[in-house]
Design a protein around this ligand. Structure first.
Ligand code: CA
Length: 416
């Protein structure tokens, strides 16, 4: 299947993808669009002009600053709308293709629009579901012999994070400040974090609520998941080390996280499903699933110092997860916690088995003991002021590439 809109070779956004996002232009307010090649299709105008009839869509559903209202229509409708959009863009369909006046109104080049946060994030959970990452961190900070804590293979460990500071790609942020305590001192000090790190993650976004008290089974989860984005979970390792006992991460994580602007639907990822690792010991019944709930998505991280070239410092894959998204959401709701439309669930740092596939500076530089060499000649143990971190991801099979675009952000010096 091809589109009449030109899609460059190696584009993340062929007609098989159709990811949803929110964009604005210098003259038009925020609205819903989909990506196709190097372009954005304006769904607000497309709907206004009658191209999306038959779905009973609310009149203003695409004239919104977030996808929440659209996602809340439910999978039956949002999936059908996505199929209809692909039909409109299909190379043999003249409906829009042959109407130059209309095309000029609904198609924008991506470089002439500004991408916004795609969803209003209601709640944010961060899991810890890559075994290699958990082993690396456990080895560094505790004991190589007991790197995984006793609960780790029985439940997807997670914590509730901060929703308000989740930012869209391209938004700069300031280095966080806080309390740290060096091993050789008795008292904590205050100041800018000196061990700023990224975490390479993916996150899924929910599109349906459950009633307080009701739990989801793993087989129900797909109806509640709209799609995935790339997720950079910034972490201040020195703040984290001092504050995390006994309740877990707090200010070391809540200052900023970044996401990619296009939400790739669960349906677009169907062709890239695969089995996960065998889980032993056997999990409790509520965590069992039918399999094929992992995804083969190539991931990479680039570090670019100011005015210098980018160095790719990690290449990983979303398949390197122990717990999958169905198990994560079943676990999140097993106690009767109610999910909201627009919740975000991050995977946890995705580290593969090779050192070159580790998903954080902490692991790549092994706690700062093995500095990373950059193309320009500099070295890094952690992220410096004015560095830009760029994460990219795509799945590819039989000539079809479903990509996520990128999530990038520059670190500014701490505010005075
Ligand atoms: Ca994390």
């Amino acid at each position: 299947m091809k589109s009449w809109v030109e899609v460059p070779q190696n584009s993340d956004f062929p007609i098989q993808n159709i990811p949803f996002g929110i964009f604005k232009t210098p003259t038009l307010g925020a609205r819903v669009g989909v990506a196709i090649g190097d372009h954005v299709l304006d769904l607000a105008i497309l709907h206004q002009e009658g191209f999306l009839e038959g779905f009973n869509l609310p009149e203003r559903v695409f004239f919104q600053p977030f996808l929440n209202d659209f996602m809340a229509l439910g999978k039956d409708i949002t999936t059908a709308v996505r199929v209809r959009i692909a039909e409109i863009l299909e190379e043999h369909n003249p409906e829009l293709r042959d109407r130059a006046d209309m095309r000029a109104h609904v198609l924008f080049r991506q470089d002439e629009v500004q991408m916004q946060m795609p969803v209003q994030v209601m709640n944010y959970t961060d899991f810890y579901s890559s075994e290699q990452h958990a082993r690396n961190v456990g080895t560094m900070f505790r004991d190589p012999e007991n790197a995984l804590l006793p609960n780790w293979k029985h439940l997807p460990v997670g914590y509730h994070g901060r929703a308000s500071s989740i930012l869209v790609s391209g938004t700069p942020f300031h280095r966080p400040k806080g309390q740290t305590k060096a091993d050789h001192t008795d008292l904590p000090a205050f100041g800018p974090s000196r061990l700023l790190d990224f975490e390479l993650e993916m996150a899924f976004i929910t599109c349906r609520e459950n009633q307080l008290g009701d739990s989801l089974s793993t087989s129900e989860v797909d109806d509640y998941v709209f799609g995935f984005v790339l997720f950079n979970d910034w972490s201040a390792r020195d703040l984290q080390k001092w504050e995390y006992v006994p309740l877990g991460p707090f200010l070391a994580k809540s200052f900023a996280s970044h996401i990619s602007p296009w939400v790739v639907t669960l349906e677009a990822l169907d062709a890239f499903r695969m089995a996960g690792p065998e889980q032993s010991p056997e999990v409790l019944p509520y965590l069992k699933d039918e399999g094929q709930a992992h995804f083969d998505v190539h991931l990479e991280v680039g570090l670019q110092p100011k005015n210098q070239q980018e160095t790719i410092i990690s290449q990983s894959n979303f398949k390197h997860m122990y717990w999958n998204y169905r198990q994560q959401l079943a676990h999140q709701s097993v106690n009767g916690c109610n999910l909201k439309v627009g919740d975000m669930y991050a995977s946890g740092t995705i580290s593969g088995p090779e050192p070159s596939s580790y998903g954080s500076m902490l692991e790549l530089s092994w706690r700062g003991t093995q500095p990373i060499k950059l193309m320009g000649g500099e070295e890094r143990k952690f992220v410096q002021d004015h560095d830009t971190i760029i994460m990219r991801g795509y799945a590819e099979k039989e000539g079809v590439r479903i990509g996520f675009g990128e999530v990038m952000a520059q670190v500014l010096p701490a505010k005075q």
